[in-house]
Design a protein around this ligand. Sequence first.
Ligand SMILES: *[C@@H]1O[C@H](CO)[C@@H](O)[C@H](O)[C@H]1NC(C)=O
Length: 142
Amino acid sequence: MLRPLFLTAAFATLGFGLPAIDKGPVGMDPTKAFNGWMTWYDKEGGLGIKPGACGEINYKNQKIVALNKYQFAELSNSANPNNAAVCHKKIRIKHEGRETDAEVTDQCDGCGYGDIDGTQAVFNELVGGLGAGNVSVTWSFK
Ligand SMILES: *[C@@H]1O[C@H](CO)[C@@H](O)[C@H](O)[C@H]1NC(C)=O
């Protein structure tokens, strides 16, 4: 889902991205942290089967996340989601004193603003098991 350009302009006006030199596009300032819920996904999310929003097939052993569709759209600069500016950006995710990094390669339609859906590899490294299923995280762009 793509947002009209005027929204991008509105965010810029609100000062979400101060001079963005070397910090990536508006909204990807690494000093800004987001709070949300993190879940994990597998084949039912298309892993190993169909391309994600960034255009390639990913696998469950990769350290990747699907970013909620709201922020994915906000941080896109192209009509083609495969070329979204947020694709392949690295994020650092924190949970209860642990942290790990992952790359954005897809968007999560069922996630709320701030939420991410990661592979088992990411979730397991961050949480130390898959059983919790859904944990509170803080994350930021690297
Ligand atoms: C994760 O847990 C939170 C808090 O209970 C809830 O709001 C959210 O919907 C859950 N996410 C999923 C995908 O179940």
